[in-house]
Write a protein that binds this ligand. Sequence first.
Ligand SMILES: CC(C)(COP(=O)(O)OP(=O)(O)OC[C@H]1O[C@@H](n2cnc3c(N)ncnc32)[C@H](O)[C@@H]1OP(=O)(O)O)[C@@H](O)C(=O)NCCC(=O)NCCSC(=O)CC(=O)O
Length: 472
Amino acid sequence: MDMVFHNQRNRMEILEVTQVAPTSNSQESTTEFRLPLTFCDIFWFKFPPVERLFFYQLDELTPACFNSVILPKLKRSLSLTLDHYLPLAGNLKWPPNEPKPIILYTPNDGVSLTVAHSDADFNILSSDGVYDASELHPLKPDLVTSDVSASAIAVQLTLFPNKGFCIGITAHHAVLDGQTTTMFIKSWAYICKQGNEENSPLPPELTPFFDRSVVKGPDGLDMLYLNQWLASSGSDSDTSKKSLKITTSAGGGAASDLVRATFEITREDFKKLRERVLPKLPDSGKEVHLSTFVLSFAYVTTCMVKARGGDGDRKVAFAFTADCRPRLNPPVSQNYFGNCNRPKFEVAKARDFLDENGFVFAVQKASGMVKALMERWVLEGMEKILSDCFDVLKEASESKLQIISVAGSPRFGVYGTDFGWGKPHKVVIVSIDKSGAISMAESRDGSGGIEIGLALHKHEMNNFSWLFPRCV
Ligand SMILES: CC(C)(COP(=O)(O)OP(=O)(O)OC[C@H]1O[C@@H](n2cnc3c(N)ncnc32)[C@H](O)[C@@H]1OP(=O)(O)O)[C@@H](O)C(=O)NCCC(=O)NCCSC(=O)CC(=O)O
């Protein structure tokens, strides 16, 4: 890992802020479309939005070519894609007579689109790092939220003259999860690459499924979560309680002195990690779920706890989100639009990871968490999970606890997102710098490895990059 630290003052010019609406040709876009929120959506009610950037390298891309070819194609295809994803052109609203907020699309709604030019160093920002986390912030669009309305998504297209461009998408987590966000972006890319034909259907694997009745959970969980969110607002006034405005406080503050880097765990590394851990597991690991996810999560967690060091008694919460679609009974289509996931987390002592057998401990813990999802009801324990999350977030904000969670997934296949100009040079999740999360994606070269994105304090990043090749 190259530990040269890059810090640059990047210059950015916003050229246009506009709304992209579904095409008026589509029959659906001329009528209202409502979607209720399920308990899975309301769980995420005020969590910070998820911000993704897709960097496309196009050497010699001139402003003229960007403005006359790329920009019109991206805008037109976004509009056509919204015909299939009307709720994303809409907003979260809370009508006075409704017990909970809804997603509402009304004709003339659209997605906020920002167009910008940047003189920042494309090569650094789309590299494996290390650079200031805040350098990415000008590239992500801000989700518009207020007391009475919250956008579902926002999009930004940024040109880096003679280098390429970047597509930024910010998603309201109560509207869509990572599975749906990536399906939407792939649909947009598909339509763009196909040449923007009107009324053309999406292939089955990209066609969203809007029937909310298939996600069934324990009765009353939606209102339980909503009431917990309202109680957490700290306000007695009904208007501010019911406000749809998102502040970053729910997931911790924004980055100020964090740096970012990407680390890869290759297929060969996984082989080595398996070989090292197996002899140390009871019954030669027969009962342990040794997937690449479990190995990566356990390995990175161990390195992160060691990178922070300190008191062995301090608490560490390690958490991930599981996709419930295949695990519900009956299973729900992967095309289900919205949130169909559950967080899973456990709290341990730093000592358990700092120990000589820290990695073995982490593997057993992560394996147990994944196995519980398979062997028991996938929604077990959901009644307590939001209040437990609030407790953990509070302790983390008081620096009493280190949270390590996972955003994204190697299954999303983000590097397959081709709008017609090739696959992305780099995909990052900007919002990990607010949440203490690591990000995961498949390796870009399709070699079966996993890419891990980190945003850490500089000294922890130094420690991490020293430890990463030699932690086990
Ligand atoms: C709970 C899990 C993380 C556990 O993963 P595991 O891989 O350990 O376990 P598993 O039983 O699911 O899979 C076992 C093996 O089958 C393979 N496998 C199974 N299903 C697969 C699929 N659909 N695509 C590709 N591979 C698959 C796995 O790669 C693994 O093999 P091998 O060992 O070879 O790997 C996962 O099941 C899961 O739900 N992933 C999705 C998480 C997710 O949606 N995150 C985003 C949350 S939203 C969010 O964070 C915000 C956002 O992103 O916007």
